[in-house]
Design a protein around this ligand. Structure first.
Ligand SMILES: [Zn+2]
Length: 252
């Protein structure tokens, strides 16, 4: 770790301490999706009835094509936070996602926890992913979600310097390890309904890939997405994240 990184992390610790967050404060600031201590992230605006379906860790040839069919059957657009290394290996699938009208965001090159990643690698992870996706797509990538939500002030500054709006979320469950689609959909439904009651939009995370390898089975997540589409199509409006300006109120 360089001295600048140490200063950066200590500055974060200081900010947490100032809030009275002692034990576990750094973890809260660095990992919790709703924390804004290390810098602003886009979560969701005060727009009850709006839902953003977001899918992380693709593109995944074992899952993403089926998901595209599912979204098309509901005429819904979603946001895909892609791993750059997977995108490089699956450029046709990246283009297929974009040509169906979905929004594509940067989810780093190799999915490290950026709260604990050296500065030079943080920059490399973000820049290489944006450059690769932009070369495949021919359009700018403007949104970024840190893997595991992990971040520190330097990470968010680096993202903004690359023209990326950092995004976290307000509705996620352990879909990557839960084999029962009904359980995933049930937990997310309770979160969405609670957010709607509170007058808030929902920024929902599901996974169409697994960050360790291409080809991961994500059928439970896809079946849960199908249930959410069935449940909310009549009452809610599905949007991509660019519908929510980064200047909108973003506390989760
Ligand atoms: Zn991820």
């Amino acid at each position: 770790m360089t001295s600048q990184e140490a200063i950066d992390i200590y500055a974060g610790l200081g900010a947490c301490a100032a809030l009275g967050l002692a034990a576990g404060g750094f973890a809260y600031c660095a990992m919790k999706p709703q924390s804004q201590v290390f810098g602003r992230t886009l979560i969701a605006p005060d727009a009850p009835g709006e839902l953003a379906l977001t899918f992380d860790d693709g593109p995944n040839p074992a899952c993403t094509p089926r998901l595209l069919d599912l979204l098309a059957s509901h005429q819904v657009q979603a946001t895909f936070f892609m791993i750059g290394g997977f995108g490089e290996r699956e450029p046709e699938l990246v283009r297929r996602v974009a040509s169906a009208g979905h929004l594509i965001g940067n989810h780093t090159w190799s999915h490290p926890n950026l709260a604990l990643t050296a500065a030079r690698q943080v920059e490399e992870e973000l820049r290489r992913t944006s450059e690769t996706l932009e070369q495949i797509l021919g359009t700018a990538v403007r949104y970024f979600r840190p893997p595991f939500g992990g971040r520190r002030p330097f990470v968010l500054r680096t993202a903004r310097n690359l023209g990326l709006t950092p995004v976290t979320w307000n509705a996620m469950t352990n879909d990557w390890e839960e084999p029962v689609a009904n359980a995933i959909a049930g937990r997310l439904t309770r979160m969405v309904d609670r957010l709607t009651e509170r007058g808030r939009a929902a920024n929902i995370v599901l996974h169409d890939g697994g960050h360790r390898m291409l080809g991961t089975d994500r059928n439970p997540s896809m079946n849960a997405a199908s249930q959410l589409l069935d449940r909310y199509s009549a009452t809610h409006r599905f949007v991509t994240l660019d519908a929510w300006s980064s200047e909108a109120p973003s506390l989760g």
